[in-house]
Design a protein around this ligand. Structure first.
Ligand SMILES: Nc1nc2c(c(=O)[nH]1)N[C@H]1C(S)=C(S)[C@@H](COP(=O)(O)O)O[C@H]1N2
Ligand SMILES: [Mo]
Length: 329
């Protein structure tokens, strides 16, 4: 109960398992509790808060255990499913935040394959079904900070990308990793715009890719990902600006050199390779000192101060020891 009050989010306390059944069970429990308490106002408010963070149950449930990776469970209140699935950046479906939710129905997420290439001893093509069961699915509640100055809190489902990396055995020459998103004009109307150099490409240094917080992500809010959030699989790197977290990934390359990325190609002064969330390094057009939490907007809503490494400094700060972060932005 206090979890609900603290977080406005139903976390399965007894079973430690999240699935649509558990979410729905919690909803039933809340209803019963509301009735027996005479529907007291605060309980009613909790019920409303919960109803917003529940997935609508339209997509397939994806069971997951609660993550024990340090830093993986922020205590910030999760954003509503409605906000997380309708306020999106997915330029392959348009540059307006509302467009991906309206247009991404045309994305075909089955069959789906992920090709592993480059500096690995075991290059191969994985089918989605093999990837789903490669390692245990975990729920992780991460803050997501967009360089545009807004943030959300999302209960993702996936497992550490390191689990996949270990199985393909990178060679000693693999120093960087590149993520390539799908680029198919038949399915993605935004590709007719030259706003970015398609396919959407992102990258990480190998130690960043191996960090346990870097999540190979298949679901959110107890279900598989909606198309607009990057179905059927995407990357989430919670201490970096959102653009580092490529959606609908079809290829991962292991490389000896730092790869070019779509955003740093489009505007090198604005978007660096590292893109670590950093309140003291301003973007040329936007200060990064504070952020607007989606769902909290309102006339009297205070902006939240942005935290170094998006609040994950204890876990990832050592990766950047000795680096000049205003130079490597
Ligand atoms: N392929 C692809 N991945 C992408 C983007 C994109 O346009 N195309 N936008 C990025 C940006 S800028 C952000 S903030 C996050 C948004 O993720 P969300 O819509 O799930 O919140 O996705 C990132 N991944
Ligand atoms: Mo973003």
């Amino acid at each position: 109960m206090h979890h609900l009050r603290d977080r406005g989010y139903a976390h399965p306390l007894a079973s430690d398992i999240t699935s649509r059944e558990v979410y729905e069970g919690r909803r039933t429990w809340l209803k019963a509790a509301a009735l027996s308490a005479g529907a007291g106002a605060s309980l009613w408010a909790q019920q409303q808060a919960y109803a917003q963070t529940a997935a609508p149950g339209k997509l397939a449930a994806l069971a997951a255990t609660r993550s024990s990776v340090p830093g993986a469970m922020t205590l910030d209140k999760p954003s509503s499913y409605a906000d997380a699935s309708t306020y999106n950046n997915y330029y392959e479906f348009g540059t307006d935040k509302a467009e991906p939710a309206k247009r991404a129905f045309s994305l075909k997420t089955r069959p789906w394959t992920l090709a592993i290439e480059g500096e690995v001893k075991k290059p191969r093509v994985f089918g989605l079904e093999d990837l789903l069961t490669l390692s245990a699915q975990e729920e992780r509640i991460y803050r997501l900070r967009c360089v545009e100055g807004w943030s959300m809190v999302v209960p993702w489902i996936g497992y550490s990308l390191s689990e996949l990396i270990k199985r393909v055995e990178p060679t000693g020459k693999a120093k960087f990793i590149q993520f390539i998103s799908l680029a198919d004009k038949q399915q993605m109307p935004g590709l007719s715009s030259s706003v970015l150099d398609w396919p959407y490409a992102e990258g990480l240094r190998m130690d960043e890719a191996m960090h346990p917080l870097t999540l190979l992500t298949f679901g959110m809010y107890g279900e598989v990902l909606p198309n607009q959030n990057g179905a059927p699989l995407r990357i989430i790197v919670p201490w970096k600006y959102g653009f580092k977290s490529g959606k609908s990934i079809v290829k991962i390359r292991f490389l000896p050199e730092q790869p070019a990325t779509s955003w740093s190609k489009a505007a090198p002064r604005e978007y660096g390779f590292y893109a670590n969330v950093n309140p003291s390094v301003a973007h040329p057009r936007w200060s990064q000192a504070s952020e607007r939490r989606i769902g909290e907007d309102g006339l009297f809503q205070r902006k939240r101060p942005t935290q170094m490494f998006n609040g994950y400094e204890a876990q990832v700060g050592s990766l950047y020891a000795g680096m000049d972060l205003s130079r490597y932005y």
